[in-house]
Design a protein around this ligand. Structure first.
Ligand SMILES: Cc1ncc(COP(=O)(O)O)c(C=O)c1O
Length: 387
């Protein structure tokens, strides 16, 4: 089947959070896509809606087997059904895990700059963020983990959990097997629970592929929790479904109890139906999406190289979120995004919210039809005169 990613869908005045902007403004900000989801998913939802009965529902075993089959086929990793818990989103699960498996006042480590909501899950629950800033090589535009710093911080007795973003939003990098193994070894050595947010794992646009943390040595994964979801991959964020994968039965019991006590853990029919359809039937659509996103990315690269050399793309291969290096511009990212919005109506994400060295970077989503991206890029070229 040919999928049409060029189709423009007007999301203004649709309750979309991203599109709650003025009529002249164009937002390439938060991580959802301006594409319709896979037709196979829409069909499954339509079929379910046609039954007309929306009473309380349980999670069918086909949900867990669909997750299992997807990960085996797409990522060659075995995530048995019995390790899985249905959760109503990666962040609700993360916050619940933080509350259930750590204590107020303890430190939770993150590699910054990282997805800003991690900080909320930690700090809104009275835990302390322990940042291990990634080292940035401006020449190569590449981030690396400072393992000396990581080891020292994980060794602190107050550090009881690490939250990893694998692949890493916002820098768009996948972590190699070697690096993940080093992280696991350190977490094991210092008895730190590792939570790996793998929500972007299916959105790796070019090789090398992402490594699911649970594909590594099981002896190192006794205190690991992986969080996966179709919400980014298939643009289903508003349906609220994700899966926590927890090999350790004690941790799984605790998280399950915590989630059921603290959260609305009841699945809604749309979340379950769409997730099953995505995992069972969505692979061809996803392959097409990734090739469209690759072309979008090449277009951005070309325009930056030719017309805006002071903004440089950080060359990651994962996610549809581009991380743009503005270190050649003296102003902070807050000032830069404000000026771009003021002069052209293009709205981009201010890198400072991700902490670390984010205050010299901006983040741009390319998950939109090419016409929209071209409009954004011509606005960016215009705005560059004011930077
Ligand atoms: C790394 C990461 N984790 C989690 C989320 C949100 O997940 P959910 O909507 O399932 O809570 C996002 C959304 O952008 C994300 O980038």
């Amino acid at each position: 089947m040919i999928y049409n990613f060029d189709q423009i869908i007007n999301r203004r005045n649709t309750n979309s959070i991203k599109w709650k902007v003025n009529s002249h403004e164009l937002p390439l900000t938060i991580a959802d896509m301006d594409f319709s989801t896979a037709p196979e998913i829409i069909q499954a939802l339509n079929d379910k809606i046609a039954t007309g009965v929306f009473g309380y529902e349980d999670i069918p075993s086909s949900y867990f087997t669909a997750v299992e089959a997807w990960y085996l086929k797409q990522h060659q990793v075995n995530l048995p059904s019995e390790w899985q818990l249905f959760v109503t989103g990666v962040i609700p699960a993360l916050s619940s895990i933080v509350r259930r498996l750590t204590h107020p006042g303890e430190q939770i480590l993150v590699l910054s700059p990282v997805y800003d909501i991690f900080y909320h899950s930690i700090e809104n629950n009275g835990r302390i963020t322990q940042e291990c800033p990634l080292i940035y090589d401006r020449q190569k535009r590449k981030y690396q983990i400072n393992f000396e710093d990581l080891a020292a911080k994980l060794a602190e007795p107050q550090t009881t959990m690490m939250i990893l973003c694998n692949p890493h939003n916002p820098i768009g990098q996948v972590w190699s097997q070697e690096i993940l193994t080093q992280i696991l070894e350190l977490c094991k050595k210092y008895q730190v629970i590792l939570v790996s947010d793998e929500i972007h794992g299916d959105l790796v646009l070019e090789k090398p592929d992402y490594t699911p943390i649970l594909s590594l040595d099981s002896d190192l994964n006794t205190q690991t929790i992986a969080l996966v979801s179709t919400s980014k991959t298939f643009n289903l964020a508003a349906l609220h479904a994700a899966t926590a994968i927890i090999p350790n039965s004690y941790l799984r019991y605790e998280v399950n109890r915590g989630f059921n006590n603290d959260e609305i853990a009841e699945p809604n029919f749309a979340a379950v139906t769409a997730t099953i359809a995505a995992y069972e039937k969505g692979a061809p659509w996803l392959a097409s999406l990734k090739s469209y996103l690759c072309q979008n990315k090449q277009l951005v690269q070309q325009v930056l190289d030719e017309k805006i050399p002071k903004i440089r793309l950080v060359p990651g291969n994962a996610t549809y979120l581009l991380w743009l290096d503005c270190t050649d511009i003296p102003e902070s990212s807050t000032e830069i995004v404000t000026r771009i919005a003021h002069h052209t109506g293009l709205i981009l994400a201010d890198g400072s919210v991700y902490r670390g060295n984010g205050s010299h970077f901006i983040r741009m989503s390319i998950a939109c039809p090419r016409v929209e991206l071209k409009d954004a890029l011509s606005r960016l070229v215009m705005a560059s005169k004011f930077l």
